[in-house]
Write a protein that binds this ligand. Structure first.
Ligand SMILES: Cc1cc2nc3c(=O)[nH]c(=O)nc-3n(C[C@H](O)[C@H](O)[C@H](O)COP(=O)(O)O)c2cc1C
Length: 361
């Protein structure tokens, strides 16, 4: 199946906004924009990653993928490794706990030709942490150097890490980890400005992220709570970070990588219902090209379309209709009718509402 082109009007709008992007160099990789799609489990699959690149993300990261699952030849894990050849600046994120298996998993992951490999050191989920992976790696930093070394030695492409501020308020150590990472040849560090103990509560501590960034020799990517274009704009203006990562923000506003670029503060979204329909159709094409199973296609695309509708009139009723549909064709028809009916209506997302306060990093 071919990928449908965007209408000339939408493509022109995207292209114009893309000219406002500022490239950034992280280690040996040049990214077209400082704004990068953060890894999200169950979400950052090839179709979504391709769409976010189309819509301005300077780079993308896969969902976290188990090093053990890779080495045990787990079928589902190997499917998760797949990279679409059209993906430009994609990193595959691995999680695991020991140097040997992470090193070996890097070799397998690198066969997909990603631009870089990333180590998950922020996942707060008990199942991962109990085994010593994710954010548990931040607890005993003496054992980190061999892990970084094994990953670096296994592959020729850059290796990066994504961490939190520390394990808890008494164990803030992102700065110390940056130092070890630098010594071992890690190319950059992404920091989610919360501790593991905080999970997703409270606010990301940007003062701390900026402090680490100022004192760091490695490039730093700041992450956490950049959910609205104006917040991203403000951060872009004052940050000392080399890049910013956006996770949840692009689910309710898939145009955030573009809408955050103009210097003036916008009060209204630049994109309307029919633009949303076009990007949903593009996502559909990518989804059908990626997955053979009708069920997987439906499950993957439906939740994204429902998040994209957040803040538009009657979004709750639309969501109910979508989740009642059992066939992909019906789902797409419901989406088409809904987004076309919006015409020029504006999106008004309620950012005070708690939105997805759990995840793997
Ligand atoms: C649903 C969900 C899944 C996530 N999965 C991952 C993951 O696989 N790896 C990772 O490093 N971080 C993961 N995260 C964390 C995000 O990358 C990001 O650090 C966090 O959500 C804070 O950024 P935000 O405020 O822009 O969402 C996940 C977050 C969410 C909400």
């Amino acid at each position: 199946m071919e990928t449908r082109a965007f209408s000339p009007e939408l493509q022109a709008k995207i292209n114009e906004l893309k000219t406002l992007r500022e490239p950034t160099k992280l280690g040996s990789i040049q990214f077209d924009s400082k704004l990068i799609l953060a890894p999200m489990a169950g979400i950052c699959t090839p179709p979504f990653r391709l769409l976010m690149e189309d819509l301005g993300a300077g780079g993308t990261v896969s969902e976290l993928i188990s090093a053990t699952g890779i080495l045990f030849e787990n079928k589902r894990t190997h499917e998760m490794l797949k990279v679409d050849e059209r993906e430009k600046n994609i990193g595959i994120q691995l999680f695991g706990e020991d140097a040997e298996s992470l090193g070996k998993a890097c070799v397998v992951a690198a066969r997909q030709n990603p631009k870089f490999l990333d180590l998950n050191m922020g996942c707060p989920v008990r199942k991962v942490v109990q085994k010593g992976g994710g954010s548990a790696l931040m607890k005993e930093i003496e054992s980190l150097a061999p892990v970084f070394r094994a990953m670096k030695e296994a592959v020729d492409i850059p290796v990066s890490i994504k961490i939190r501020m520390g394990w808890d308020a008494d164990g803030i150590n992102a700065d110390k980890i940056e130092y070890i990472a630098r010594e071992e040849g890690i190319e950059w560090v992404a920091i989610h400005g919360r501790t593991r103990a905080q999970q997703y509560t409270g606010l990301a501590n940007w003062d701390y992220i900026e402090e680490v960034s100022q004192n760091s020799k490695l490039p730093i990517i700041g992450n956490g709570d950049l959910h609205q274009p104006f917040q991203v704009q403000e951060r872009l203006e004052k940050t000392t970070c080399d890049g910013l990562m956006i996770a949840r923000g692009c689910l309710r506003n898939p145009f955030i990588f573009l809408e955050s670029l103009p210097k003036e503060r916008m009060t209204k979204s630049l994109f309307k219902g029919k633009d949303y329909l076009e990007i949903i159709n593009r996502l559909y094409d990518y989804t059908v090209q990626t997955y053979d199973s009708e069920r997987t296609r439906l499950v993957q695309i439906r939740k994204l379309i429902v998040w994209f509708a957040a803040g538009f009139p009657n979004a709750a009723r639309f969501r109910d209709q979508m989740f009642k549909s059992r066939e992909l064709d019906d789902t797409m028809k419901i989406a088409e009718d809904y987004f076309l009916s919006l015409q020029d209506r504006d999106k008004n997302i309620n950012y005070n509402e708690v939105f997805m306060n759990s995840g793997h990093g």
